[in-house]
Structures are given as structure tokens and as C-alpha cells.
Design a protein around this ligand. Structure first.
Ligand SMILES: Nc1ncnc2c1ncn2[C@@H]1O[C@H](COP(=O)(O)OP(=O)(O)O)[C@@H](O)[C@H]1O
Ligand SMILES: [Mg+2]
Length: 365
């Protein structure tokens, strides 16, 4: 068990700035997920902790000791990769115990740790098989077993579930969470999948182009995104955006002109005249209405035409064309909505996110 700290960490590959000024304190026992699009520097960060990549500048501490110059094998870290990296000619048991035997631990100790890990992971019946005789999910468990038996200070996972089919990925996700509860080891987990990040993490670190965009609990990054990037990355289907320009503002009332010259009034004084605004609304906060009743209080009404309906079983994704571009709603499944129907999209003002177009920053924070 250990805390981990990054201090002004940089990694350059020639001209490529893979990681830029990465600062983070991870508490003992915390489950941290690094998430972001492909190429944003997640694996590079993980590999620097493991000692598989040189650090260009900055410091990494484990349990308050600087580890920049500590040999990888002396860092007391276990890493699980996407491709499992199992030895094909060794049995499951020998794969799991490989690291322990290399450390020359007593035979009984090795035996006990392997038994304990295989019980935790449900591998008891498979110990004599070779990796070639295992399913993807079982191979993944063996790779995790190999990490667990070492009882390391920190677990590092690099997209460990990406090679599994959707159903198995979901199952293994739940197992990862149970496992972390059970062993409590500080964990740094890399994924490009925001759902995996939301469901697993104590705190999420959202990265883009080598830079941290936001650190927060799943709830914080969903409810209070720092900027447009985070707002669009977290949540599925993604947040909708549309533009407006501040026409006038007083102490308590701002009038904003939308693209079709419609005006909305917001009780807010955070704006400047002529400021370009990007509004955001989550699909789950749009209601799709058929009836043409009068306007609801404190809400915006948008005329739209349904272009695509995606039934998901318990809910339905409704993609609409409007004067503000394509807007996606997520509603309870209903038999009344059909493609090509004219609808009114109702958006409650309190649910609207407001970003500055220039800086892309969330104006409501
Ligand atoms: N060995 C390398 N040599 C040169 N560039 C690299 C190397 N490894 C990674 N990069 C670059 O560094 C950036 C971050 O890569 P990476 O950490 O693998 O991203 P992620 O894991 O988030 O997909 C990318 O632009 C990638 O092309
Ligand atoms: Mg990667």
C-alpha cells in the first residue's frame, strides 16, 4: 500500500510532447483512472511510474520516496497490459508464480500465494492449463493473478479490458471493483473508455494532448466539467452544444441571441456584451414533446424534426435536426416517437451549461 505523487512531470519524444507538466497526488488505496483519447499520454505516464520510460523532467514519489532513479524491479509495482503478456509454454500456475519464483521466495510461500490469488480470481480449476487453452477473460484473470500474488505497493493497469467483448468487459469491470475493495491496493488504471472510467474510479484524471484537463470524482467531472473538452468527453451520448451571443447584460439579466435570432434571457451576470457563448445540454436533460402546449417557465423550446430513433430497450436515443444543428435527446422508451415527426425539444434553463467560446471554459464554475 502506498501513496503516489507526480510533480511537474514531463515526457518528450523528440518534438512530441507526450506528457506536459503532470501534477497529481494519489492517496493510499485510491483507485485512479487516467482517461482520454488515444495518444493523449496515458500509457507514457504509466510507463514512467513503472520505470519502463525515462522521465524528461519532474519527479515521481511512491510513499514519499523519490523513485526517478530506482530500478524498475525495485519499485514494488505490478503492471497488467492489454495483451496480457503471458508465457505460452508455462501453465497458469507457473505463469502466476513466475515473479515470485524469480525472487526466490520459499516454495510453501509461493504455493500459498498462488492458491489465495487463484481463489480470489476463480482460477482454481485452471491451474494446470496453458494460456492457449484459455478464453480471453480467463487469460485476463491470469495476468491479474500474476500481479496480485506479488502483493505490490501499486497496481498499474493499461487498458486491461480492451481486448474483451462487451459482455465480458462489463463482468470483468465489476470484478476489478470487487478485487480492489478486497485487496485495497493503490491502483492507477488507464483506459480510453469513459464508461469504464466513470464506473471504476474514485477519481478520474481526464487528459488531452499530454495535459491534465480535469481531476475529480465521477460525479464532479459529469456535473461540473471544467471546459468543453471534458463536457463532451464524459457522458453518453455526448453533450449537445449550440452557440449564442450576448446582446445585452445588466446586473441580473442577460439577453442572449441564438443562431436563428431567437432570444433567451438568463438571470445571470457573468457575461460581457458581445461575448460568444457555447451552450451545452446533456441528452438526458432534453425532453422531447409532441404536444404544442404553451411555453414552460424558465425553459427554452426548440422546434426540431426527428431524424433518427435508436431504441435501446429501457430508453430511446432521439436524434433531431434543428436550427441549432443536430440535437440528441435520451428519453424513456416510447412508442409514440417516430422518425420525421415534428417535435418540440424542451430544455430547462437550470440544466444548461455555459461555456466561453474563446477559452472554452465553463462559465458557471
Ligand atoms: N516510443 C515513442 N516514440 C515516439 N513517440 C511516442 C512513443 N511512445 C509514445 N509516443 C507518442 O507520445 C504520445 C502519447 O502516447 P501514449 O502515451 O502511448 O498515448 P495513449 O496511451 O494515451 O494512447 C503520442 O503522440 C505517441 O505517438
Ligand atoms: Mg496507451
Amino acid at each position: 500500500m502506498a501513496n503516489v505523487q507526480f510533480e511537474n512531470l514531463f515526457k518528450n519524444y523528440g518534438d512530441v510532447k507526450a506528457v506536459e507538466d503532470f501534477n497529481l497526488k494519489i492517496a493510499d488505496g485510491e483507485f485512479i483512472v487516467l482517461v482520454g483519447p488515444s495518444g493523449c499520454g496515458k500509457s507514457t505516464t504509466l510507463r514512467m511510474i513503472a520505470g519502463l520510460e525515462d522521465i524528461t523532467a519532474g519527479n515521481i514519489y511512491i510513499d514519499d520516496s523519490l523513485i526517478n532513479k530506482v530500478h524498475p524491479k525495485d519499485r514494488d509495482i505490478a503492471m497488467v497490459f492489454q495483451n496480457y503478456a503471458l508465457y505460452p509454454h508455462l501453465s497458469v500456475k507457473d505463469n502466476i508464480s513466475f515473479g515470485l519464483r524469480a525472487q526466490k521466495l520459499p516454495k510453501m510461500e509461493v504455493e500459498n500465494r498462488v492458491l489465495e490469488a487463484s481463489e480470489t480470481l476463480g482460477l482454481q480449476g485452471l491451474l494446470s492449463r496453458r494460456p492457449g487453452e484459455l478464453s480471453g477473460g480467463q487469460k485476463q484473470r491470469v495476468a491479474m493473478g500474476r500481479a496480485i500474488v506479488r502483493n505490490p505497493k501499486v497496481f498499474l493497469f493499461d487498458e486491461p479490458l480492451s481486448n474483451l467483448d462487451a459482455k465480458l468487459r462489463h463482468k470483468m469491470r465489476a470484478e476489478m471493483k470487487k478485487l480492489h475493495k478486497q485487496v485495497g491496493t493503490t491502483t492507477i488504471y488507464v483506459t480510453h473508455d469513459q464508461i469504464e472510467a466513470m464506473t471504476l474510479a474514485d477519481r478520474i484524471v481526464i487528459m488531452k494532448d499530454g495535459v491534465i484537463e480535469q481531476v475529480g470524482t465521477p460525479n464532479e467531472v459529469y456535473k461540473k466539467p471544467n471546459n468543453i473538452f471534458v463536457a463532451s468527453f464524459i457522458g453518453t451520448p455526448a453533450m449537445n452544444f449550440f452557440e449564442g451571443k450576448v446582446k445585452s447584460c445588466s446586473k441580473s439579466l442577460t439577453t442572449i441571441t441564438l443562431k436563428d435570432q431567437k432570444e433567451i434571457k438568463l438571470t445571470s451576470n457573468i457575461f460581457e456584451k458581445d461575448q460568444d457563448i457555447i451552450f451545452g445540454i446533456r441528452p438526458e436533460d432534453i425532453s422531447v414533446n409532441l404536444d404544442k402546449k404553451g411555453k414552460m417557465k424558465d425553459s427554452i423550446e426548440i422546434d426540431a424534426v426527428i431524424s433518427v430513433i435508436e431504441p435501446m430497450g429501457h430508453e430511446t436515443i432521439v436524434i433531431c435536426d434543428s436550427n441549432y444543428g443536430e440535437l440528441t435527446g435520451k428519453v424513456e422508451s416510447s412508442h409514440t416517437l417516430k422518425e420525421n415527426m415534428n417535435v418540440k425539444l424542451i430544455i430547462k434553463e437550470e440544466k444548461i451549461y455555459q461555456f466561453d467560446k474563446m477559452s472554452e471554459k465553463n462559465l458557471l464554475l
